[in-house]
Design a protein around this ligand. Structure first.
Ligand code: NAD
Length: 476
C-alpha cells in the first residue's frame, strides 16, 4: 500500500483504495492509503508546527527546493507520463506535456519565490513612509481533481511553498498515483518536517475534515461546482480564505470568415482531446450560417480519423473516460440530447477494445439550441454540440448566455471581430484561432461566473491568494 506522508514520515492507514487503469479495468496499478479524520488532524498539526520556521526561512532555500522538484519532474517525465496515462486515461503525448508543465511550474515559482516583494508608497504624512508587505498565509489546504493529476497539484503546491506556506494536500481519490509520485519527489527536496503533507482518501471524509479544520488559514480547491459550493460554505463559517476553480461550458465561435482547417483543429482539440475531460473543453461549438455545412462535414470527417484506444498505446488519439460513473453520465447526456431534439450525427456509443476499458466514441450533436441541458450543463466527456448562429453578434450573445465563464474561443480572420470578442466575451480566458483548452503555465488561469471564485491561480498573480498583505507605517 502507498502510504500517506505526514510530518516527513510515511504513514500507513488501516484502509486503502485500489487505483484502477481506465484503459483496462483488470489492471490494478496499486493500492493507496485511505485516511480518516485523525490523519488529517495530524497533518494539519504538523503543518502548524512547521510554519513559523518555514515562513521565515531564506527565500533562496525555498527557491532551491522548488527548482530541485521541477528538475526531477522533468528528468522523470517519461516514467511519470506513463503513470499518468495509466491512472487517468490521457494519451501519452498529453500526459507527457502535462508532466513537463508540472516541472516548469515548479521552476517558475522557484523564480517567483525570489521576487516576493511588496511596495514602498509615499505617505500623505511628511516624514512617514508606508510599506505594503507580503506575508505567507500559514497552513493551506489543497484539494485537487483527477483530470490533471500532476499539473493541478503542481500549480497549487509550488506557489504555496514559494511564498512560505505549509501544505496539507488531498488529491482526488480517482488519481492518487501522480500525487503520491509527486510527494515522493517533494519528500527528497530537503523541506523541514511538516512543511508538506499528503493525506489521501474520500472527499466526503478527508476533504471534509480538512475544510472543517480551524487550524488551516486558506483552502485552494479545483473541482466541480457542487463541491466548490460546499467548500465555500465551510470556509465562510470559519472566515477562511478560499480559492475555487470549477467547471466550464466553454464556447468556440466559428465565423463564416474562419479558416476552416484551423476551426476544425480547434474543435477537435478543444472538444475531444483528453476525452473532453477538461474544464476548458469546447463543449459548445457556435457556428454561423454560411460555414455551418462545410464545418459539420469537415468535423465529422476528422472524427472518423481519430483512434480511440488504450491511453498508453502508440497511435491512440483519445483514451478512455475516467471511470464507470463518468461513462454512465456521458451516456445519459447523449440520450438526453437526442430527447431534447439535437441531432446526433457522430459517435456516442460505447466502444469495445482488446482491453476492458471505459471507451466512448466521441459524440457530436448538431442543430442544438443553447437552452438545451446538453448546452448548459457541464458533461465532462467527449460530447460536443453545434449551435447555429445568424451572425457574429448572435454568436457572441449565445456564447455569453451561460452560467459558466472559464474560457471562450473564436475562429475568424477579421482582426476587428477578434478584438471585439476579446473585450466582450464573458470568460476569464479568451482564445483567438486557438482551442479553448491549452494554456501557458506562467500566466494567470481562471474564469468568471460559476467557473471561479477568489483570486486567480498561476502566474505572478498567484501571490494574491497565497499571501496576506500587511501595511506598515514608519516615521523618522
Ligand atoms: P469533484 O468536485 O468531485 O472533486 C474534486 C476534489 O474535491 C476531489 O479531491 C474530491 O475528493 C474533493 N471533495 C469532494 N467532496 C468534498 C468535500 N465535501 N469536502 C472537501 N473535498 C471534497 O471534482 P472532480 O470530478 O474530481 O473533477 C472534475 C471537475 O473539476 C469538473 O467540474 C471540472 O470542470 C473541474 N475542473 C476545474 C478546473 C479549473 O481550473 N477550473 C480544472 C480541472 C477540473
Amino acid at each position: 500500500m502507498k502510504p500517506h506522508y505526514i510530518n516527513h514520515q510515511w504513514v500507513e492507514s488501516a484502509a486503502s483504495c485500489p487505483n484502477i487503469n481506465p484503459s483496462d479495468i483488470n489492471d490494478r496499478i496499486d493500492d493507496y492509503g485511505w485516511a480518516n479524520r485523525d490523519a488529517v488532524d495530524q497533518a494539519v498539526a504538523a503543518a502548524n508546527n512547521a510554519f513559523p520556521a518555514w515562513g521565515k526561512v531564506s527565500i533562496q532555500t525555498r527557491a532551491d527546493a522548488l527548482d530541485q522538484i521541477g528538475s526531477e519532474l522533468i528528468q522523470r517525465r517519461a516514467e511519470l507520463a506513463d503513470l499518468l496515462a495509466r491512472e487517468e486515461g490521457k494519451v501519452l503525448a498529453e500526459a507527457s506535456a502535462e508532466v513537463l508543465r508540472a516541472g516548469q511550474i515548479f521552476k517558475f515559482f522557484a523564480g517567483e519565490a525570489l521576487r516576493m516583494g511588496g511596495q514602498l508608497i509615499a505617505s500623505v504624512r511628511p516624514g512617514c513612509e508606508v510599506e505594503v508587505l507580503r506575508e505567507p498565509m500559514g497552513v493551506i489546504g489543497l484539494i485537487s481533481p483527477w483530470n490533471f493529476p500532476i499539473a493541478i497539484p503542481a500549480w497549487k503546491i509550488a506557489p504555496a511553498l514559494a511564498y512560505g506556506n505549509c501544505v496539507v494536500f488531498k488529491p482526488s481519490e480517482l488519481a492518487p498515483g501522480c500525487a503520491w509520485a509527486l510527494t515522493e519527489i517533494i519528500s527528497r527536496a530537503g523541506l523541514p518536517a511538516g512543511v508538506f503533507n499528503l493525506v489521501m482518501g474520500a472527499g466526503a471524509d478527508v476533504g471534509q475534515a480538512l475544510i472543517e479544520s480551524d487550524q488551516i488559514n486558506a483552502i485552494s480547491f479545483t473541482g466541480s461546482v457542487a463541491t466548490g459550493k460546499r467548500i465555500a460554505q465551510a470556509a465562510m463559517q470559519r472566515l477562511t480564505k478560499v480559492q475555487l476553480e470549477m467547471g466550464g461550458k466553454n464556447p468556440l465561435v466559428v465565423l463564416d470568415d474562419a479558416h476552416l482547417e484551423t476551426a476544425v483543429n480547434c474543435a477537435v482539440n478543444g472538444a475531444y482531446f483528453s476525452a473532453g475531460q477538461r474544464c476548458t473543453a469546447s463543449s459548445r461549438l457556435i457556428v454561423t450560417k454560411n460555414i455551418y455545412k462545410a464545418f459539420v462535414e469537415a468535423l465529422i470527417n476528422r472524427l472518423r480519423e481519430l483512434s480511440i484506444g488504450d491511453a498508453r498505446a502508440s497511435g491512440s488519439d483519445i483514451g478512455p473516460v475516467v471511470d464507470q460513473q463518468q461513462l454512465d453520465k456521458d451516456l445519459r447526456y447523449i440520450a438526453l440530447g437526442q430527447k431534447e431534439g439535437a441531432r446526433l450525427v457522430f459517435g456516442g456509443d460505447r466502444l469495445k477494445r482488446e482491453t476492458d476499458g471505459y471507451y466512448l466514441n466521441p459524440a457530436l450533436f448538431i442543430d442544438a439550441d443553447n437552452t438545451m441541458r446538453i448546452a448548459r450543463e457541464e458533461i465532462f466527456g467527449p460530447v460536443a454540440c453545434i449551435i447555429p448562429a445568424d451572425n457574429y453578434e448572435h454568436a457572441l450573445e449565445i456564447a455569453n448566455d451561460s452560467d459558466f465563464g472559464l474560457s471562450a474561443g473564436i475562429c475568424t480572420t477579421t482582426l476587428k471581430t477578434a478584438m471585439h470578442f476579446k473585450r466582450n466575451a464573458q470568460a476569464g480566458m479568451v482564445m483567438v484561432n486557438l482551442p479553448t483548452a491549452g494554456v501557458d503555465y506562467h500566466v494567470p488561469f481562471g474564469g468568471t461566473k460559476a467557473s471561479s471564485y477568489g483570486p486567480r491561480e498561476q502566474g505572478a498573480q498567484a501571490i494574491e491568494f497565497f499571501t496576506r498583505t500587511k501595511t506598515a507605517y514608519t516615521a523618522d
